[in-house]
Design a protein around this ligand. Structure first.
Ligand code: BGC
Length: 391
């Protein structure tokens, strides 16, 4: 429930104790159904919400920091808007508390992430649903989320649809796991796009990053792969485009790009995310897929840390990046967002764990690191110290 009078009174009271939690708009503005026009950039109208789940993680982390000035900086992270990951059926329970304190001029970011056979080219984020459990994905996951979105017609939602899934079908289809996951990914993503296509929702389908589908040979198949699923879903009106660099490390417009001096750079025109958004965006357009983008800048404040562009796990030395904003300087990029909640792990460094992935044991991967999604206090503090811009 949003701002009933009682809730406003409660907010007013708590606002005195915690000034940064007060709603920015009156209750009246929430009284009308939200209709997002996906032919426009909704991030110009709405601010990405600093959801209370990440806020609680960050506040708990700040409480563990003894250095007073670093603790103050940590508390500022709690006010940064970020996406909330609904990464299991159980974690759908995070939805209602998150929407409960959503001001009317803010948009709640949600990551839809529970496909059967999830994370087919890696191990760290293998999910709860097995290949073939598409029925459960639809009825116990997507339908339930759709019900919650419909039950909150006066609230605005931005969804990132299934990180890594369609890109994996382009570049990792030689793996047996991805071959087995393919049908479920395509059917599942199409079902998600169709079922979550609601007036108060805008959707961005995950498109990897410049070091993934940005290779010359991947651009067209990548765009066509996304377009096929989008068309199978009936070209839903609320799909605005793509999400890039989700949980990634690439800089937005660093020139020359971080990996430009690598010998194979000649095969990739997308040496930073801006070039990727523009180049892949043009392919999407030809393929008949909406091509506006949101780009994760949550952990890209420091570059030059990775030996290989594809190294994705808990990069050591990383720092928080640019805060969410609709001022991207690019007409194709709707917003910089924080997609991955900085401080949550990408995967465990425990070599004996079932979901241990060798990328989390690389030289530049931070160790020790807990299971994907679990909080890593030391990593959070490192991101904070290395934040660029600083907190
Ligand atoms: C994990 C999810 C987690 C997300 C955000 C992913 O890598 O697999 O469980 O919710 O990161 O931290």
């Amino acid at each position: 429930m949003k701002f009933s009078n009682a809730a406003v009174a409660a907010f007013a009271a708590s606002a005195m104790a915690a000034p940064n939690k007060k709603p920015r708009q009156s209750a009246l503005a929430c009284n009308a159904p939200v209709r997002l026009d996906a032919s426009t950039n909704v991030f110009q109208q709405y601010t990405l919400h600093a959801n209370n789940f990440y806020r609680a993680e960050v506040e708990a982390a700040a409480a563990q920091i003894s250095d007073a000035s670093l603790r103050q900086q940590a508390l500022r992270v709690a006010d940064v808007g970020s996406f909330l990951w609904l990464d299991t059926i159980k974690n759908i329970e995070k939805f209602e508390p998150a929407v409960a304190d959503l001001p009317c001029d803010e948009i709640l970011g949600l990551v839809i992430y529970d496909l059967p056979g999830r994370d087919c080219a890696a191990k760290a984020s293998n999910g709860e649903l097995k290949v073939g459990e598409i029925g459960r994905y639809k009825s116990e996951y997507i339908d339930v989320i759709a019900g919650l979105l419909k039950a909150n017609p006066n609230s605005a939602f931005a969804l990132i649809i299934e990180p890594d899934s369609l890109p994996n079908l382009v570049t990792n289809i030689d793996l047996e796991t991805c071959q087995r996951s393919k049908a479920g990914y395509e059917e599942g993503v199409a079902y998600a796009l169709k079922t979550l296509n609601l007036p108060n929702v805008v959707m961005y389908v995950d498109a990897g990053h410049g070091g993934w589908l940005g290779w010359n040979d991947n651009l067209r198949p990548g765009a066509q792969g996304l377009a096929r699923v989008y068309k199978n879903a009936g070209s839903p009106s609320q799909v605005r485009g793509i999400a890039t660099n989700i949980a990634g490390w690439n800089a937005w417009d660093q020139t020359p790009g971080e990996f430009s001096s690598h010998p194979d750079a000649q095969w990739n025109k997308c040496q930073n995310e801006k070039l990727y958004v523009e180049t892949f965006g043009a392919e999407l357009r030809s393929a008949g897929h909406p091509n506006h983008a949101i780009v994760d800048t949550g952990r890209n404040g420091v570059t030059g840390l990775r030996e290989e562009w594809g190294n994705w796990c808990n990069v050591n030395g990383a720092g928080f990046g640019v805060r969410p904003t609709a001022n991207t300087g690019s007409s194709l990029a709707d917003a910089f967002v924080w997609g991955k909640p900085g401080g949550e792990s990408d995967g465990t460094s425990d070599t004996s764990a079932v979901r241990y992935d060798s990328f989390c044991g690389k030289r530049e991967a931070f160790k020790p690191s807990p299971e994907a999604g679990q909080w890593n206090q030391a990593y959070f503090e490192m991101l904070l110290r290395n934040a660029n811009p600083r907190f």
